[in-house]
Design a protein around this ligand. Structure first.
Ligand SMILES: Cc1cc2nc3c(=O)[nH]c(=O)nc-3n(C[C@H](O)[C@H](O)[C@H](O)COP(=O)(O)OP(=O)(O)OC[C@H]3O[C@@H](n4cnc5c(N)ncnc54)[C@H](O)[C@@H]3O)c2cc1C
Length: 433
């Protein structure tokens, strides 16, 4: 999960058109598409490029199962990934190998049928597979699954390779990338953005893009904006290379599995995550009751070390060491007992995994917003600030689309999709109420 380029020694420019805060897929993509439009961009990353969610995710680039509000942007994003994968000189493990959701019960299958019917007008290639076809697809013969939802055009890539590669691509277009450079505050003059204060000094700029992942809420609260974004810890493992008949990314209620470029598998369980009980969770709890009600059987609630830690801190000044400098790379401990169970379920699904060992495990802190649809747009009273966050556990796939839309908003270009559904003010209005 380590980027190979050393951006930590880069110097701090005095000025730029836009400063992007955060070197995850959202910030890097925004910077890339801004630079393609001739805008001068500095990207400040407190730790390392893709050190947090953007290298820790499963690597699914899927349209299937998405909320209708983000599907148009995801369809564009899928095209962008395909184009970027061929444009970039590095192999990012991009493969259009399809994605499949298995259904063990009629109730699970019905959820997939409902999704398919209600999104039929998007004209996707998603389709249902019968129990027989699912057996043939998995290479088994026991009708354990009543069917599946399959999308042949969905893709995968290696997150730990892809986002640093995007950053290097952005750099060739002129983006100035600085690692180990936390942005502490936004500077304002005459009611609008005039620069940023980083831990290394000030950069003049008229526009700031906040793509801080799980840290965006903390940043916004420090400038007086209530934003109900919370954190959910999710654990993952990868195996050694193995001969397994696994066609593309496969998800079920018990286990999700994705073939890797190195011949191994990335394995985890969807939704089996730890809701972090930080002070903000109490403040914003009413926003999250529907999500917790839906997932109480699989989601744990934990008052972890983050409670009084940096994710809990919301007030500091330009000369103070900010929470972002205290945690260069958020690297939570994986849930070992969950992963032991997940690996056993993976072996149930693919008995060929029986002799195959997990070789690494990790966790990532997912940033979520209440409706799990990204927040992309401006916040009134903060002219010059564009927020690009809340990618809610499925932002790797939609990341390039999110970055393109954000770049279009910053430059006043015609947006690739209607951005209304993404307005961050849909929460800030309610949070203030
Ligand atoms: C375990 C796991 C599995 C997932 N699986 C998938 C999947 O299969 N498909 C999918 O589409 N999505 C998936 N996701 C979600 C996806 O990874 C995220 O939605 C996406 O990476 C978020 O990107 P981001 O750029 O918004 O945030 P991040 O990648 O978290 O980047 C934010 C960056 O901002 C930096 N930062 C924050 N504040 C500051 C500051 N003040 N100054 C400087 N830098 C700052 C941070 O250090 C961080 O590097 C998964 C996530 C996890 C954790």
């Amino acid at each position: 999960m380590r980027a190979s380029t050393n951006w930590g020694d880069a110097s701090l420019p005095e000025a730029a058109d836009v400063v992007v805060i955060g070197g995850g897929v959202a910030g890097v993509s925004t910077a890339l598409f801004l630079a393609q439009r001739g805008v001068s961009v500095v990207l400040c990353e407190k730790g390392r490029i893709a050190g947090e969610q953007s290298s820790r995710n499963w690597g699914w680039i899927r349209k299937m199962g998405r909320d209708y509000r983000e599907l148009p942007l995801m369809i564009e994003s899928a095209r962008l990934w395909e184009r970027l994968a061929t444009e970039m000189p590095e192999d990012i493990g991009y493969r259009k190998c399809g994605a499949t959701y298995l259904a063990r019960t009629p109730a699970e299958l019905k959820r997939h049928v409902d999704w398919l019917e209600s999104n039929a007008h998007f004209g996707l290639d998603s389709r249902l597979m019968s129990s027989d076809e699912t057996d043939r697809f998995l290479g088994r013969n026991d009708h354990q699954f009543v069917g599946a939802l399959h999308t042949a055009s969905d893709a995968v890539a290696e997150p730990a390779l892809a986002v640093p590669a995007l950053a290097r691509h952005a750099e060739t277009l002129g983006v100035h990338i600085i690692e180990r450079c936390a942005v502490r505050m936004i500077d304002r003059a005459a009611g609008r953005v005039s620069g940023v204060i980083t831990e290394r000094g000030r950069i003049d700029c008229a526009n700031v893009v906040l793509a801080g992942g799980v840290w965006s809420r903390v940043f916004l609260e420090n400038i007086g904006v209530a934003f109900p974004q919370l954190a959910i810890k999710s654990s993952v493992l990868r195996t050694a290379p193995a001969e397994v008949r696994c066609k593309g990314a496969i998800g079920s209620e018990r286990v999700s599995i994705r073939p890797r470029k190195d011949g191994g598998f990335t394995i985890a369980r969807s939704g089996a995550a730890e809701f972090q009980l930080i002070p903000a969770a109490f403040r914003y709890l009413p926003h999250y009751i529907p999500m917790l009600r839906d997932r109480w059987q699989i989601m744990k609630i934990r008052a972890g070390r983050q409670f009084f830690g940096p994710l809990g801190r919301t007030s500091w000044g330009a000369n103070d060491v900010s929470p972002f400098e205290r945690v260069r790379v958020l690297d939570p401990r994986p849930d070992d007992s969950l992963l032991t169970d997940v690996m056993a379920k993976a072996r149930d699904l693919f008995p060929q995994l029986s002799g195959v060992a997990p070789v690494e495990s990790w966790a990532g802190m997912i940033d979520v917003v209440p409706d799990e649809v990204p927040a992309i747009g401006t916040i009134s009273g903060h002219e010059g600030l564009t927020v690009v966050t809340g990618l809610s556990g499925h932002g790797f796939g939609i990341g390039p689309g999110v970055g393109l839309l954000a770049a279009q908003m910053v430059t006043g270009a015609t947006p690739i999709v209607d951005p209304a559904a993404f307005a961050p003010t849909r929460f800030t209005r309610r949070a203030a109420a």
